[in-house]
Design a protein around this ligand. Structure first.
Ligand code: CA
Length: 224
């Protein structure tokens, strides 16, 4: 999942980038509000972690502008001050949740999971598709109760498709979700991941829509 981190504190920014990456977030990091808006207008991010206290345009203003421009990604605000004004202003400006600094990493991860769950329209914490089960907290994938070991990008790709069942996702949409600014991407990388997923999961799952992209059909009981 592609995450835009907007944080001017270098130590915290680096720590967050290091901590989120192993949890299947592709983290791109900017250090001020102007750069955040530029990044949003240029590329498709799926979730934002936004510090309120930024040089130049502050986090609240970034939120107001992005919501006005119809960017609807979930936003988790980081605030250094324990004043309800910031929280209220932030929520009213379009934030979905907030965390007070200093915060616990596990709590940040849990809040991000909750936000992406809601964004995907899912109430349950786990993802089910027939005999395929995924627990986003433990990142454990099973098919018919057998563990399936997926590489990082395979996992991210599977989640992206499962959270958009019934919709065809273009190659570009999938690549934007899987790779950040610092990643070197081979031109056939996506096809390779799809190929591996198809070998690892013993069911007809991912459908190629020629000339358009890839999709996973919505699950119907009679498909079992
Ligand atoms: Ca700050």
């Amino acid at each position: 999942m592609r995450l835009l981190l907007i944080e001017d504190d270098l130590m915290l920014g680096e720590a967050l980038q290091d901590a989120l990456t192993p949890h299947n977030y592709v983290v791109d990091w900017v250090k001020d509000g102007e750069s955040a808006l530029k990044a949003l207008r240029r590329e498709r991010f799926e979730i934002l972690v936004l510090d309120i206290g930024l040089p130049g345009i502050d986090g609240i203003e970034v939120l107001r502008i992005m919501r006005r421009e119809h960017f609807e990604q979930p936003v988790l605000l980081l605030t250094a001050r324990d004043t309800s004004t910031d929280k209220v202003k932030g929520l009213d400006a379009g934030a979905d949740d907030y965390l007070l600094k200093p915060f616990d990493l596990d709590e940040l991860l849990a809040r991000l999971r909750a936000l992406s769950r809601r964004a995907a329209g899912r109430a349950t914490p786990t993802i089910h598709h027939g005999k395929l089960h995924i627990n986003p907290e433990s990142q454990k994938v099973t098919y018919d109760e057998q563990n399936i070991i997926l590489a990082r990008r395979e996992y991210m790709l599977l989640i992206k498709l499962l959270e958009n069942t019934g919709r065809v996702l273009s190659r570009e949409q999938l690549e934007q979700s899987l790779y950040g600014w610092t990643d070197d991407v081979e031109s056939n990388a996506l096809e390779v991941h799809i190929h591996h997923l198809r070998k690892k999961i013993p069911m007809e799952l991912i459908r190629t829509v020629r000339g358009v992209g890839y999709t996973i059909n919505k699950w119907k009981e009679n498909e079992a």
